[in-house]
Write a protein that binds this ligand. Structure first.
Ligand code: ADP
Length: 190
């Protein structure tokens, strides 16, 4: 079983690369951002609650996010492994994920960070806004807030796995295929 965390700032290419990794390694993809957007499309109370945070570029509270993630993992036991995209995003989420994995007899194989500079992120997300229809991409202040939240709340997650010797870094600049190749090389060494 391979259980991967794909890590990096908003707009670093996690979703794009996750899709390619899923088809190569036959993993089950879990994107908490996609899950919140699906909840919102269904007009569920969870979706409506999440939207109030997402639109401001803030994180949805840990208790809500962890419960949603836990259910998705527990509902999908017959898989080759998971690729976590956009989760964990805080240190308590990382601890909760480790606990969940352990309770199921699984473990995290590694975290791979896609590193991309802040200026590149802002440009990519402004461009993505033209086609994504996402409220949180449309406003430059919201994008900057998301990046700041990443620095303040999310980078400790990489430190958490670094301390366990499980953190890897790949440069997230270049063609989609060249980044994918570097990701695969890293996974194959795990
Ligand atoms: P991006 O990585 O481009 O910011 P995502 O689709 O991963 O986009 O997330 C969009 C929004 O959903 C986040 O800004 C946040 O409000 C919420 N969200 C997603 N994942 C989490 C999480 N693990 N914890 C808290 N909030 C989350």
């Amino acid at each position: 079983m391979i259980n991967l965390i794909l890590f990096g700032p908003p707009g670093s290419g996690k979703g794009t690369q996750a899709a390619k990794l899923v088809s190569k390694y036959h993993l089950y993809h879990i994107s908490t951002g996609d899950m919140f957007r699906e909840e919102l499309e269904n007009n569920s109370s969870l979706g409506i609650e999440a939207k109030s945070y997402m639109d401001k570029g803030q994180l949805v509270p840990d208790s809500v996010t962890i419960a949603m993630l836990r259910k998705r993992v527990q509902d999908n036991t017959d898989v080759n492994g998971f690729i976590f995209d956009g989760f964990p995003r805080t240190a308590p989420q990382a601890e909760a994920l480790d606990e969940l994995m352990e309770s199921m007899g699984y473990h995290i194989s590694g975290l791979i960070e896609l590193s991309v500079s802040k200026d590149e992120i802002v440009e990519r997300l402004k461009k993505r806004a033209l086609s994504s229809g996402r409220a949180d991409d449309a406003n430059e202040d919201t994008i900057r807030n998301r990046y700041q939240v990443y620095l303040d709340k999310t980078t400790p997650v990489a430190d958490y796995y670094e301390a366990k010797g499980k953190a890897h870094k790949v440069k997230g600049i270049g063609s989609i295929d060249s980044i994918f190749e570097k990701l695969c090389d890293t996974i194959d060494t795990m």
